[in-house]
Design a protein around this ligand. Structure first.
Ligand SMILES: Cc1cc2nc3c(=O)[nH]c(=O)nc-3n(C[C@H](O)[C@H](O)[C@H](O)COP(=O)(O)O)c2cc1C
Length: 327
């Protein structure tokens, strides 16, 4: 066992989180992660309505009796989803862990805390992590520039971001972005984190509810095969490199605005990638860590492998170095 402030506070066996993933964070994957002893997150907004989220929570409970959480991604939008109703479903279902992301978790904290829910807030900068800690969240997940999805606009990779955050954060902190194996977990712990959060690596597991072609595309891809879209709009997202994402980058670099790429980046189109297995069909999130993903294990085998190898690295590889130094 690797016991950390994170495992103790959030009541899970292993210091590993499967972060919220639009279209991917569904019952099958979340339950498999929970059964492995790590912390899985259903993704609230993958469900079209709050009622559908209630059903997905029930479906997950049919597959596991272990703790799992729900991700609530709060993004600025012209037509926002009914966040308060999703929040109420989470509370009414008796969920005890929530991952917030996207913007200030403050408006939701009193209700979550009144219901005894622990909030893990995911952010991409030290200043936002400090702000969330001051607001009273129970844990921080800090996402470096390597990550899939939204890395923010500061472009600070994990090696510095995690260490810088560790200097300011006193509550449990999980390092995110670019983690996929035991080497990453040990590095994160060495930098001052209490665990790791992974998205891309969990996408590429047997239980991940996406087309096999996409899992194989991730295994085949290199760390350089991602694009940063929406940079000129200051809403950067890291996605798989394909003809669609490269066209989006080109249009925006040439001075185009969001309406010029709206059809190319539509969520519905991205969703067909996972359903039909054509990696060129639209925009889909993936991180640079794909360059070190070489297989498609079950989520349980993955977590077991990471924890076992991490202990081996700490005890044998690093321990041996210590022995040699002290001789
Ligand atoms: C397919 C996919 C969808 C994602 N969707 C969301 C989301 O809806 N909300 C969120 O907070 N993070 C989302 N993320 C980010 C992950 O939760 C996690 O922070 C990120 O993947 C970590 O970086 P990694 O992919 O290098 O492990 C998504 C990531 C992926 C790969």
């Amino acid at each position: 066992m690797l016991t950390t402030k994170f495992t103790e506070t959030f009541g899970v066996r292993h210091p590993i989180v499967q972060g919220g993933m639009q279209w991917v964070g569904r019952a099958e994957l979340v339950a498999a992660v929970a059964n492995s002893g790590a912390l899985g997150m259903l993704t609230a907004l993958t469900q079209p309505t709050p009622e559908a989220l209630a059903k997905e929570i029930a479906r997950t409970r049919d597959l596991t009796d272990q703790p799992f959480g729900v991700n609530l991604t709060i993004l600025p939008s012209i037509t926002p989803p009914p966040y308060d109703e999703y929040r109420q479903v989470i509370i009414d279902a008796g969920i005890k862990i929530v991952e917030t992301a996207g913007s200030n978790p403050g408006p939701h904290l009193p209700q979550f805390h009144a219901a005894g829910i622990k909030v893990l807030h995911k952010c991409t900068s030290v200043r936002h992590a400090v702000k969330a800690q001051e607001l009273g969240v129970d844990g921080i997940s800090i996402d470096g520039f390597e990550c899939a999805g939204h890395p923010g606009e500061d472009d600070i990779p994990g090696l510095v971001l995690i260490a810088a955050a560790a200097e300011k954060i006193t509550i449990p902190m999980v390092a995110s972005g670019g983690f996929g194996d035991a080497r990453g977990l040990v590095a994160a712990l060495a930098l001052g984190a209490d665990g790791i959060n992974m998205g891309t690596r969990f996408m590429c597991t047997e239980e991940s509810p996406i087309h096999q072609n996409i899992k194989e595309a991730i295994v085949a891809a290199k760390e350089t095969d991602t694009e940063l879209i929406f940079r000129p709009l200051r809403n950067t997202a890291r996605v798989a490199s394909n003809a669609v994402s490269r066209e989006v980058v080109q249009i925006l670099n040439d001075g185009g605005q969001f309406p010029d790429v709206q059809e190319l980046v539509s969520g519905a189109r991205g969703r067909t990638v996972y359903e039909n297995g054509d990696p060129e069909a639209g925009i889909w999130s993936v991180g640079t860590v794909q360059g070190i993903i070489h297989d498609i294990p079950s989520a349980g085998d993955l977590v077991e492998r990471i924890v076992t190898e991490a202990k081996d690295i700490i005890q044998s590889r690093l321990g041996d170095m210590l022995e040699r130094v002290s001789v």
